[in-house]
Ligand binder design. Structure first.
Ligand SMILES: [Zn+2]
Ligand SMILES: [Zn+2]
Length: 347
């Protein structure tokens, strides 16, 4: 089969490799849509301890099961399935308690397990037993289903901030995750969504989502505007869906008393650590949370929300590339000219 192989840092070659071998306990997925994630681009440039080249990366996948071993019960030939990233090991206390994204091994597709930038992807036994493999109906396109993975991560983030009806939610960073979070915050009870973004280009796409307030942080003071929009108290929930350390600090600065902050976006290697405004946290009695990845339950829920149209991802899909142009797909992702870039291994 044809696959995009990460051979070394900053070197992805599209070439013929051996077809994955399927045994009685595994299945073969024909990859129809695989979305480029920001973390794929980071792996391309900086590597990852869980990725050992030569490797096939990619973890936002949707396709059709074309072969299933005789012991496989979770999927069957012909099933349209979305496949996520984090795979619980099934053994450790975290994984056994439904918190597999906190597993010390942290198995993931496109990391230790070969990923989706290929014509075919093996679903090994562990993935089929423990992993995020969710069938979906004809109403969903493969492109949309592939985005169940990032949506699942967004759900995890919003589950950690004690959402309930009546909250004001500020989302800082309107990349794909921030935009999905606008819809998600609504269905989780937000009465006011404040959406903030630095670059103009992404702001344009984010307007397709119905936030109550859009703040261009290049031109306006984020903290002052959020206070103004909340009668001085600050938002009940602040999500940082961006990689800015300043925004991490501003989030704590502006969140309401008893409010919740979620550091969704990680910080780059060369970014200074945030200053913990511990006395602000002390007086506000606020809660500072983080979130990373998701568990299979989130992935199933994400597919359901997409099927019901409760969260929209179509406006985010801006580019399509064949597998041969995977390097161009990564460049487009990095240029931030688009939002979600989908690669189609079968053209
Ligand atoms: Zn991803
Ligand atoms: Zn584990």
């Amino acid at each position: 089969m044809k696959a995009a192989v990460l051979e070394a840092l900053e070197r992805i070659i599209v070439k013929e490799v051996d077809d994955p071998q399927i045994d009685d306990d595994s299945a073969l997925l024909k990859v129809e849509s695989i979305a480029v994630c920001g973390s794929d681009v980071r792996i391309f440039h900086h590597g990852n301890p869980r990725v050992k080249p030569p490797a096939i990366i990619g973890h936002e996948t949707a396709g059709v099961v074309v072969k299933a071993g005789k012991n496989v019960t979770r999927v069957k030939e012909g099933d349209r399935v979305a496949v996520g990233a984090d795979v619980p090991c099934g053994q450790c206390p975290w994984c056994r308690n439904g918190l597999g994204n906190n597993c010390a091994i942290n198995y993931a597709i496109g990391y230790q397990i070969p990923g989706g930038f290929a014509e075919y992807m093996k679903l090994p036994r562990l993935v089929l037993e423990e992993g995020p493999v969710t069938p979906f109906g004809d109403s969903l396109s493969f492109d949309v289903a592939a985005l169940a993975e990032p949506l699942a991560c967004a759900i995890n983030g919003l589950e950690l901030v004690n959402m309930s009806i009546g909250k004001t939610v500020a989302i800082v960073g309107l990349g794909p995750i921030g935009c999905m979070m606008i819809d998600l915050a609504r269905i989780m009870g937000a009465v006011k969504v404040i959406a903030a973004q630095r670059s103009r280009k992404r702001m344009e796409i984010a307007q397709a989502y119905d936030a109550d307030v859009y703040i261009a942080t290049q031109e306006e003071d984020l903290v002052a505007r959020c206070r103004e929009e909340t009668g001085g108290t600050g938002p009940d929930v602040v999500i940082t869906s961006c990689g800015s350390v300043e925004v991490h600090e501003q989030a704590v600065e502006m969140v309401a008393h008893r409010g919740y902050v979620n550091f969704f976006g990680g910080l780059g290697k060369n970014v200074r650590p945030a200053t913990i405004l511990s006395n602000t946290i002390h007086y506000k009695e606020c809660f500072v949370t983080g979130s990373h990845g998701c568990v299979p339950r989130h992935h199933e829920l994400a597919v359901k929300l997409l099927e019901r149209g409760l969260v929209r991802v179509e406006p985010l899909i801006t580019h399509h590339f064949p597998l041969d142009q995977v390097n161009q797909a990564f460049e487009t992702m990095e240029s931030k000219q688009g939002m979600k870039i989908i690669v189609h291994p079968h053209g």
